[in-house]
Design a protein around this ligand. Structure first.
Ligand SMILES: NC(=O)c1ccc[n+]([C@@H]2O[C@H](COP(=O)([O-])OP(=O)(O)OC[C@H]3O[C@@H](n4cnc5c(N)ncnc54)[C@H](O)[C@@H]3O)[C@@H](O)[C@H]2O)c1
Length: 147
């Protein structure tokens, strides 16, 4: 499987979407909808304070009956972040996501935020690798050996 750096390079959109902590949840969810993403980082300048995901919205706004127009993201964000380094592997990311029950991992290079890897990015990478192996095996079986 690829490294985190390779997975980040293959993303079509290299922007990192974040909001300041005082942003109202509604605005953050609107950003998620506009960008077709399931999470936004909560940042104060360069500092990451937490992450707000669709799950946070479902459990802490919808279920608890709070107003997304009045609640700042800082009140419901997940503050305990699980981060990865660019040199780590996709397998390590999958293990971290499974152990910690998270679907988004911010990527830090020397303490600086350089990207975010989601569960879908990892699935896409696994599928690409499997497709490559299957093609190689098909060539091998039909005699066009390229392995
Ligand atoms: N075909 C693809 O290239 C691809 C890649 C990832 C996900 N998906 C699909 O999208 C759906 C949802 O994906 P998901 O569960 O991985 O979560 P998601 O919707 O949050 O992620 C979708 C994409 O947005 C990126 N992203 C998410 N939050 C971001 C942020 N704050 N800043 C910058 N980028 C951010 C992710 O890295 C991923 O590339 C799934 O159906 C999945 O299969 C497709």
């Amino acid at each position: 499987m690829s490294t985190v750096a390779q997975i980040l390079k293959s993303k079509p959109d290299h922007a990192i979407y974040s909001v300041p902590p005082a942003t109202k949840v509604f605005e953050a969810v609107k950003l998620m909808a506009d960008k077709n993403i399931g999470a936004v980082l909560v940042m104060e300048g360069e500092r990451i304070l937490g992450i707000l995901t669709e799950r946070d919205y479902a459990r802490k706004i919808a279920v608890e009956g709070r107003s997304s127009h009045d609640t700042p993201v800082a009140d419901i964000m997940t503050g305990r972040l699980v981060c990865v380094l660019p040199a780590q592997t996709g397998e390590e990311c999958m293990a971290l996501m499974t152990e910690n029950r998270v679907r988004h991992l911010p990527v830090l290079d020397n303490g600086k935020l350089v990207g975010i890897v989601s569960i879908g990015d990892l699935v896409k990478d696994v599928i690409a690798e499997q497709k490559f192996v299957i093609e190689q095996l098909e060539h091998y079986i039909t005699g066009e050996r390229t392995l």
